[in-house]
Design a protein around this ligand. Structure first.
Ligand SMILES: [Zn+2]
Ligand SMILES: [Zn+2]
Length: 137
């Protein structure tokens, strides 16, 4: 994978660079992700927080996670694109929305999570492992 990986929002006010290989990729079908991104699921990569460099002013919206943690969802206040998240407890890794990459074709999801909340019209790759909730349940 060619580094750095770059991406940004619709209007380019917020841009980011990822300077290390992403750790993993997943599709989250939970209702909060559905609402947040306006789509049946959020396709995201976990990257090292220290490898994510953001430029431009973004806003965060705090959503409760099932774990009891808070997920701060970062978005562009100009165009509304959902870009990345920040967990108040697991601070070493951050999710980045794969569809906001400049080259989203490099994204490789390895699992579907929160499939218990998926919509009946949400088609999933049958080859990917499915989890009814988070990775472990
Ligand atoms: Zn924007
Ligand atoms: Zn989710």
């Amino acid at each position: 994978m060619k580094l750095p990986i770059t991406g940004g929002c619709c209007c380019s006010a917020v841009r980011y660079e990822i300077s290390a290989e992403p750790l993993s990729g997943f599709n989250c079908h939970c209702r909060t992700c559905q609402k947040s991104v306006g789509a049946p699921y959020l396709a995201a990569m976990f990257v090292l927080a220290s490898a994510l460099h953001i430029t431009g002013n973004y806003k965060e919206y705090a959503t409760p996670a099932a774990s009891g943690h808070i997920m701060y969802r970062g978005f562009c206040p100009e165009c509304g694109s959902s870009l990345f998240g920040r967990n108040n407890t697991f601070t070493e890794v951050r999710p980045v929305a794969a569809a906001t990459l400049d080259d989203p074709s490099i994204f490789k999801p390895s699992k579907d999570i929160w499939v218990s909340e998926a919509q009946p019209w949400d088609y999933m790759d049958p080859l990917l492992p499915k989890f009814s909730g988070n990775f472990t349940n």
